[in-house]
Design a protein. Structure first.
Length: 265
């Protein structure tokens, strides 16, 4: 057994049980995206709700056995976050070499994302969860009190727009198929294309609203994906657009189920 720090990480990475726990994180992510899509469709028909992660977690927690489901989701997100941290250190287990610097950077970025998911899920599991939109608006209001804070917000908004653009590109180019191992087919291609493009557009909208909030001095506009979807719903033909967005985000959730089984780890 390799006892060096890198070797220790590789030893943990070889655990079949840990890999299954990390894959469960993809499954939970898929479930939450399906719930976000469902809430978006409900919004299109005049019902309430928050079409974002907090709304999905609240929806999950309200079901029978919801508290247990939230704790399981928290554990799965923690496992997937730790798996990404290990990939940032030693590369993917499926790679013959350590992977490129860009691959490691992506893994580190994803680790941050899943840590944030785990933190939000913990909040709802422990009974202290808050609306993502309210948190975003409150943080935006604090940062907008000075020039440096406004610059930070603009950078964050543009980064989110960039991430959204990357999702759209990844969907249109079908690069997401490189993330899969041992599985292909037209059904998966269609799920990935629709899902990545829909999620990408939602992220572009969310990032754009942060920038708009800064320039209009209105922090209430910076309410994340939920705000972006509700803004979309208020446009001409908004109901149709919101239903389409909800379906697209739900399809991304279905693609995440494919990742849970076939993602390169």
């Amino acid at each position: 057994m390799n006892t060096s720090p890198t070797g220790a990480v590789e030893n943990v990475q070889s655990s079949a049980l840990f890999e299954k726990a990390a894959r469960a994180g993809h499954f939970v992510s898929g479930l939450l995206h399906i719930l976000i899509g469902y809430i978006a469709i409900r919004l299109a028909f005049g019902q309430g709700g928050n079409a974002d992660q907090s709304g999905a977690l609240a929806e999950l927690g309200s079901k029978p056995g919801g508290s247990i489901a939230l704790w399981v989701a928290f554990a799965a997100f923690v496992a997937l976050a730790l798996w990404r941290v290990m990939e940032a250190i030693v590369g993917k287990k499926s790679d013959q070499d350590a992977g490129s610097a860009m691959d490691r950077l992506k893994a580190a970025a994803l680790a941050v994302v899943y840590i944030a998911f785990a933190w939000s899920t913990y909040g709802f599991a422990s009974g202290s969860g808050e609306s993502s939109g309210q948190q975003n608006a409150g943080m935006t209001a604090q940062l907008m009190e000075n020039t440096l804070g406004k610059l930070v917000l603009i950078v964050v908004g543009l980064v989110v727009v960039g991430v959204g653009g990357y999702h759209v590109y990844k969907g249109v180019s079908k690069n997401f198929l490189d993330d899969l191992e041992g599985y292909s087919g037209k059904a998966v291609e269609r799920l990935g294309i629709a899902g990545y493009v829909a999620k990408g557009l939602a992220l572009i909208g969310a990032g754009g609203l942060v920038v708009v909030a800064v320039f209009t001095s209105d922090p209430s506009k910076a309410t994340g994906i939920d705000g972006a979807l509700k803004t979309l719903g208020s446009q001409p033909f908004g109901q149709v657009l919101l239903v389409a967005a909800g379906i697209g985000i739900a399809l991304y959730g279905l693609y995440a189920f494919v990742l849970a089984r076939y993602a390169k780890m």
